[in-house]
Design a protein around this ligand. Structure first.
Ligand code: ADP
Ligand code: ASP
Ligand code: MG
Length: 474
């Protein structure tokens, strides 16, 4: 049986026109595959609005959450009204929307009373967008003559109880997929599964983290042993840079799993950073395609595509970061300082994005999200209290407004001169590089620059190193 998993992101299912376009794409593909699973996101903006409802309820702002809930209700009912032609189907779906909106209102009212919300509560609230949209999209497919059934991924994806960023338990997931999804596919029914959502072993709703619908599609691809996974979005594929920052960014026709892994980890929003994890071992090809330009082939991501030597494929950024420095002459040759530094960071649950230590061992620098900076500094000062008192460590401080720029390319491996080209481009633009790290995979080089230089630095590297093919071959 040849199976395809296709995911449609928020903008691809965020309006009447987009939903219609997406339904046509599914109809076309349903004719070519034995089994088709569709993963849908919430309509664009809906998950953000749901979370804003929760925030407003927490701070007791009833006017705001009531207004936001009625906006959500109106948005979904309006789409239904224009989309669904059969009056009895239309009224069923209207009832479904009203039921979800009532659920949201009830949760917000209790959050309002309690004045707080748990991560578990946030997952229940943020799951509502996908739950409504899967029902709408499945009904639309049926209306277009494609036999379809909606499905809540809580019936399929089993995770741990790490609410808001849950980790899938693949064996249990595989069992559920075999039980609940495969029979539908065998009957030729297109399953429309909620992206982003999952459930823990007790069946309580969890989510896979923001942007997690991409991850849903690859988890299901793995559990089904699908032949391909396609994610449909609003750009022609994975591009050499964020097209909002570099208008001349171009689509990359082929990428390796490792390159796309680095790209997503280092901030390219086009794929959730964990997307490739489930499919890399099974070597299931992943395509990124444009819902609004379906004849464009998009980007194919696989194990070992050909790559030109020395070629830099893409540049990406992570913003809103702080660089923490632990410095002091007394650190020289003292074993264990680095281990203690990172244990103190880990105790705060903060993940470190990049590390650099100077060879003199007089300082350790690392980069973390700015929102975690105050508690990390506090934790470090506690851990190093004795060293600070003895002046073995002079200072622990944070520099805010930092950005990590990462250049990526499998062809950079074992090719000298790539970093010289990158730093040359920055030097000619007078951009100061604050710290550097090369990924051990050699697929990437990351640099820290200040936020005010970031866009200019990306544009400069893109122009000189990526667009200038001639330069990249020299
Ligand atoms: P979806 O809702 O379909 O998941 P997202 O908004 O999450 O879509 O991701 C797609 C967006 O990612 C694009 O519209 C684009 O602006 C942005 N983006 C950032 N970096 C890249 C890149 N390197 N390639 C393509 N898109 C990128
Ligand atoms: N709707 C979810 C979000 O906005 C998941 C997704 O779109 O991938 O984060
Ligand atoms: Mg996304």
């Amino acid at each position: 049986m040849k199976n395809l998993v296709m995911k449609f992101g928020g903008t691809s299912v965020g309006s009447v026109q987009a939903l219609t376009q997406a339904a046509n794409i599914v109809k076309d593909q349903a004719a070519h595959w034995d089994g088709v699973v569709v993963v849908v996101s919430a309509m664009s903006g809906v998950t953000n609005t749901l979370l804003q409802c929760a925030q407003a309820a927490t701070r007791g702002d009833e006017d705001t959450y009531t207004r936001l809930i009625s906006e959500l209700r109106f948005k979904h009912l309006k789409v239904l009204d224009s989309l669904i032609t059969n009056p009895s189907k239309g009224s069923d779906l209207t009832g479904m929307i009203e039921q979800h909106i009532n659920e949201l209102t009830a949760i917000c009212s209790s959050v309002h009373v309690l004045g707080e919300i748990t991560p578990r509560g946030l997952d229940t609230i943020s799951s509502l967008g996908e739950r409504m949209n899967a029902r709408i999209f499945s009904a639309l497919l049926n209306q277009c003559g494609v036999s379809s059934q909606p499905m809540n991924a809580t019936q399929l994806i089993v995770t741990d109880s790490n609410f808001q960023n849950a980790h899938p338990l693949m064996e249990a997931t595989r069992t559920k997929v075999q039980q609940n999804l495969v029979p539908l596919l065998e009957k030729g029914i297109v399953a429309v599964v909620t992206g982003f959502i999952s459930a823990n072993e007790e069946g309580i709703t969890t989510t896979l983290g923001r942007g997690g619908s991409d991850y849903t599609s690859s988890i299901l691809g793995d559990a089904l042993d699908a032949d391909e996974v396609w994610t449909w979005t609003d750009v022609d594929g994975v591009m050499s840079a964020d097209p909002r920052i570099v208008p001349s960014a171009r689509v990359i026709p082929e990428l390796s799993f490792s390159e796309v892994g680095e790209l997503a980890y280092f901030g390219a929003k086009v794929l959730h950073p964990k997307t490739i994890r489930p499919i890399i071992e099974r070597n299931i090809p992943l395509w990124v395609k444009n819902t609004f330009n379906p004849s464009h082939p998009g980007t194919r991501i696989s194990q070992n595509p050909s790559s030109a030597p020395g070629k830099v494929t893409a540049i990406t950024t992570i913003r809103d970061l702080s660089m923490i420095t632990v410095a002091g002459r007394g650190m020289l040759g003292v074993p264990g300082i680095a281990a203690r530094t990172f244990s103190a960071v880990a105790r705060q649950g903060t993940s470190v994005l990049m590390i650099s230590q100077s060879s003199s061992e007089q300082s350790i620098c690392f980069v973390i999200p700015t929102e975690n900076s105050p508690e990390v500094i506090r934790s470090l000062e506690e851990e190093m209290a004795l060293e600070l008192m003895r002046k073995d460590i002079d200072r622990i401080w944070a520099q805010d407004n930092m950005v990590i720029l990462t250049v990526i390319g499998a062809g950079m491996r074992e090719t000298p001169g790539v970093s010289a080209r990158v730093f040359g481009a920055l030097g000619r633009s007078q951009i100061n590089v604050i710290a550097i790290a090369q990924g051990s995979s050699e697929y990437s080089i990351s640099m820290v620059v200040s936020a005010e230089d970031a866009d200019h630095a990306i544009q400069q590297i893109h122009r000189e190193v990526i667009e200038n093919e001639k330069g990249s071959e020299s």
